[in-house]
Design a binder for this molecule. Sequence first.
Ligand SMILES: Cc1cc2nc3c(=O)[nH]c(=O)nc-3n(C[C@H](O)[C@H](O)[C@H](O)COP(=O)(O)OP(=O)(O)OC[C@H]3O[C@@H](n4cnc5c(N)ncnc54)[C@H](O)[C@@H]3O)c2cc1C
Ligand SMILES: NC(=O)c1ccc[n+]([C@@H]2O[C@H](COP(=O)([O-])OP(=O)(O)OC[C@H]3O[C@@H](n4cnc5c(N)ncnc54)[C@H](OP(=O)(O)O)[C@@H]3O)[C@@H](O)[C@H]2O)c1
Length: 249
Amino acid sequence: MPVHFPLKLVGSRMLAPSVRHLEFTRDDGQPLDFIPGQFIQVHFAAPDGQPARRSYSLATMHDHALGPGEAVEIAVSYVPGGAATNLFTALDQGQQIEASGPYGRFCLSPKDENRRYLLIGTGTGVTPYRAMLPQIAQLLRERDLEVVLLFGARTGDELIYGDDFADFAAANPRFRFMPCFSRELPVTSGPDARRGYVQDALADLAPDPERDIAYLCGNPNMVDTNFELLKAAGLPIPHIRREKYVSNK
Ligand SMILES: Cc1cc2nc3c(=O)[nH]c(=O)nc-3n(C[C@H](O)[C@H](O)[C@H](O)COP(=O)(O)OP(=O)(O)OC[C@H]3O[C@@H](n4cnc5c(N)ncnc54)[C@H](O)[C@@H]3O)c2cc1C
Ligand SMILES: NC(=O)c1ccc[n+]([C@@H]2O[C@H](COP(=O)([O-])OP(=O)(O)OC[C@H]3O[C@@H](n4cnc5c(N)ncnc54)[C@H](OP(=O)(O)O)[C@@H]3O)[C@@H](O)[C@H]2O)c1
């Protein structure tokens, strides 16, 4: 049975019209160490009184151990009528929730020797990539590597953490940020922005089994479509790493 711990809300802001960024501290004084790409689970009572849990990727830009008192950050996309959505919508500063973790293997591997990472995400599915930024900066310093982030959002105001990724790309020339807008291309979008789904931009990047390892995170249909395209391009299955955002029931 995994250890459960209390998280206290210490700050929040809206990242998009229906996405809330929440910052917590562990309220038991213990550190939460995690590997970027991992997630926590939140435990609560559903409206029918039954125990429920939902998973959330850690968004904290993180290098190593989180000391006690350091923020545990997540981004929650509101699903109309959703049980956890109702919990997070009503959560006020200073209130506690119950959590466990960290969990998961959707992480960069120190054994990888590829020359390019294709990081692909939709909606809050880019959260793990934000957590990975310090680790990516380190890898870019250490070895001959390119990183491309394909981020699918409907419109400019749903491009969560867009400034973090754009700033990182400006500071790291071998990191390319390609936002893909499914409904409307913002007027001020840069040369790497695209109109369409993330998979529509994939051909431009010419996925190459000799060079690439891909990560796919977020909308389950997006993950399946891109998995098939990358497999058809010759990438071996262990080089196509996936995290589907579905509810635990
Ligand atoms: C490993 C992992 C990591 C995750 N990380 C995040 C994260 O960082 N941020 C985040 O916002 N979510 C994340 N999720 C999804 C999250 O756990 C919940 O599924 C989501 O918040 C909806 O929960 P809910 O209780 O509000 O809705 P529910 O009560 O579970 O669902 C209500 C209704 O909406 C439908 N529904 C649920 N989710 C979606 C969706 N995304 N799109 C369309 N319909 C949906 C359900 O089928 C149901 O009919 C992650 C899931 C996994 C498995
Ligand atoms: N404006 C809205 O409708 C809106 C806004 C926020 C959240 N929500 C709701 O909140 C929940 C989660 O939303 P979210 O924004 O986090 O994630 P999401 O619904 O997965 O959408 C994120 C992005 O992925 C795109 N997408 C959808 N299907 C795809 C596929 N098969 N392949 C590639 N890209 C695909 C979406 O485009 P398209 O949507 O254009 O197809 C959008 O640009 C959903 O229930 C959603 O309906 C709705």
